[in-house]
Each structure stands twice: as C-alpha cells, then as structure tokens.
Design a protein. Structure first.
Length: 331
C-alpha cells in the first residue's frame, strides 16, 4: 500500500482486444517500453485501483498487488511486441502490474459515474494516453458496479527473468531505454502528485499560502486534467464538495517559469468558473517579470528542488522522497 493510505483510481487504456483478453486472463497490466510506459509505471502504485479501458468501456475493478520492471521483455509472455509501421519502432512490455480482481463489470464510460474521465477523453479527442486518473467519487461508484469477483486468474508460466529499478537522468550519456529514461516534466508531475498525496506535505504547503483557509484532508491530488484551454498538470479537488467544488490548478515546469505560464494558469482558473480560489505554479526558478505578474493575480509561486542528483541515474522513489517545496514570498 502506498504511504498515502488513500489509494488512487486509474483507467488503463488497452490497445487491442487480444491484449485486453490477456490482461484479464492473467490478472496483469503491461505498459510499453517507451517514455509513456515509464511514466504510467511511476504513476500507479501498489494498493491503487485500476480498470481497463477498451472500446469506450470500462472493464472490471482491480487492486494493484505488485509492480515489477522486467528485462528482455520482448521475449516474455503474454503480450507480443507492439510495432508501429509509420516509424518502425517496436515496443515490448517491461512495466507490469500484478492485479487482484475485486469486481466484474463491463460498463460504457458514457455513464454519468465516469464523467470525470469521459470529459478528459472528449477534450483530448480520443485516448492518446496510456492511463487516466479518476477522482474518488468515481472510485466509490465503480465499487458498487457489477458483482464481486469469485474467479482466480490463470497462472502465467514465465521463464527465469530479472527485474530492475527504473531510473531517470538529465545526462544524455546515461540514457539506456527501457531502464534509464530522460527526466522530463511528466515524471516531475508524478513525483509532485505522490509527494502532495501525503497529507502532511500538502498541509505544510497550503498552510504557507496567505488567506487560504482550507485543510489538506479535504482535498485529493489528481493528475493531468483536460480543459478547453489546455491541460492542467495537477489539480487539487475537494473530495466531497458541498455547494461549491473548490479546485486548485497546478502548473509544473522543470526549469524556470515564464510570464506566459502565469497567464496560462490564469486561463485555467477562469475556465473553472469561480471555483478556483487560487492557482499554483511550481518551477525551479522565477524571473522578475514572472514574479511581478503573479503578484497581480491569484497565482502562488512555489520553487522546487531535488535532493537526488539527476546528473546520475536515480529512481522515482529517490526523486519524490527528496522533493523540497518553498513558497516564493513577495519581495
């Protein structure tokens, strides 16, 4: 179980019916050997819940019991390597989740219970992602769908194999896919979501923001959310809103933030129609113009730092456990 003790819920997109059948048969989810697969592997933790998304339908509810990244996955069952004819790229499935099936159902995502995810799909014009995080309201709803599962998955017979710790770096010389990937913004977003999902960390951040009278325990930290203005990197959302559903959009930049980032965040806040009391912009640094513009809006600037040395190859755990956040106060 994740140290947050508040499991998240994801819909995992599956590319073909054959792959879906294999996932269900063996109680496994597998993610491709590219950057999107490594990101998804970081996002979903042991103890989280997932459903498969295929053909505009959600399939079953599972709890993640184990994660592993395996070497030489192209030679390992149950999935065949995925080849893209346009680019000639071939992807295996080294990033794997072992799943315990909790409930059995096949439900269209046009149901109102899936609105949070369906809205993301509609605004994106399709899947185009390996996974979508849903909110706690959706998890509560799917926990009553279908029937309790009584069947056990088929045991997958595997030849001897080795596992490895997925790592990230800023050094081009150290990149060795699918074991070492470039550190990029999506990984920082995931690390921040994991860090802020620990209530004490979120409370510490919110307590430093002036005139913000909200408690961390009332909020959940969600991943990327699509709007007509673009995609919010992270969003704090009230778990059980009463009358007003307060939301706090968070924009994330691995390097320095610009005035355009402040304006983009303001556009997100405007689209949330008065239910976003503030916005938060997290970056490595802020220039004078960015700071001045933020002061004129309701955007709060937060500087991040990492204890992990990204000139070497470090694990995702080292990244999120070594995160340091500092509210930038007006001069």
């Amino acid at each position: 179980m994740s140290e947050t003790n508040k499991p998240a819920y994801f819909l995992v997109a599956v590319s073909t019916r054959e792959n879906l059948d294999l996932c269900i048969k063996y109680g496994l989810a597998g993610f491709p050997s590219g950057e999107s697969g490594s990101w998804t592997f970081c996002e979903i933790q042991e103890g989280d819940f997932v459903s498969f998304l295929f053909g505009a339908r959600a399939h079953n509810l599972y709890r993640v019991t184990k994660k592993e990244a395996i070497r030489n996955a192209e030679r390992m069952p149950p999935w065949k390597p995925l080849e893209f004819k346009e680019t000639g790229s071939v992807y295996s499935f080294p990033f794997r989740l072992h799943l315990e099936q909790i409930r059995s159902f096949v439900e269209p995502i046009i149901r109102t219970e899936f609105f949070y995810v369906a809205e993301n799909l509609l605004l994106r014009g399709g899947y185009r992602k390996t996974h979508f995080q849903a909110d706690q309201t959706t998890l509560q709803s799917v926990s009553e769908m279908g029937i309790l599962n009584s069947e056990q998955p088929t045991n997958l017979v595997m030849p001897p194999y080795d596992t490895y710790a997925l790592r990230f770096t800023q050094s081009k010389e150290l990149i060795k896919k699918p074991e070492v990937f470039r550190f990029q913004e999506t990984i920082l977003q995931s690390a921040l979501r994991r860090h802020l999902s620990i209530e004490a960390n979120l409370e510490l951040l919110l307590s430093k923001i002036p005139a913000l009278d909200i408690k961390a325990e009332s909020f959940e930290v969600l991943g990327e959310k699509a709007l007509t203005q673009g995609h919010i990197d992270l969003m704090l959302k009230e778990r059980t809103p009463k009358g007003i559903s307060n939301k706090i959009p968070i924009e994330v930049k691995t390097k320095g933030a610009t005035p355009e980032d402040v304006l983009q965040l303001c556009a997100y806040m405007d689209e949330l129609l008065g239910e976003a009391p503030i916005g938060i912009l997290i970056a490595a640094d802020f220039g004078k113009k960015t700071t001045e513009l933020a002061l004129k809006s309701k955007v709060n600037l937060v500087r991040y730092a990492l204890k992990a040395n990204l000139k070497t190859a470090v694990t995702f755990k080292e990244i999120y456990e070594g995160l340091l956040l500092e509210l930038v106060k007006p001069a």
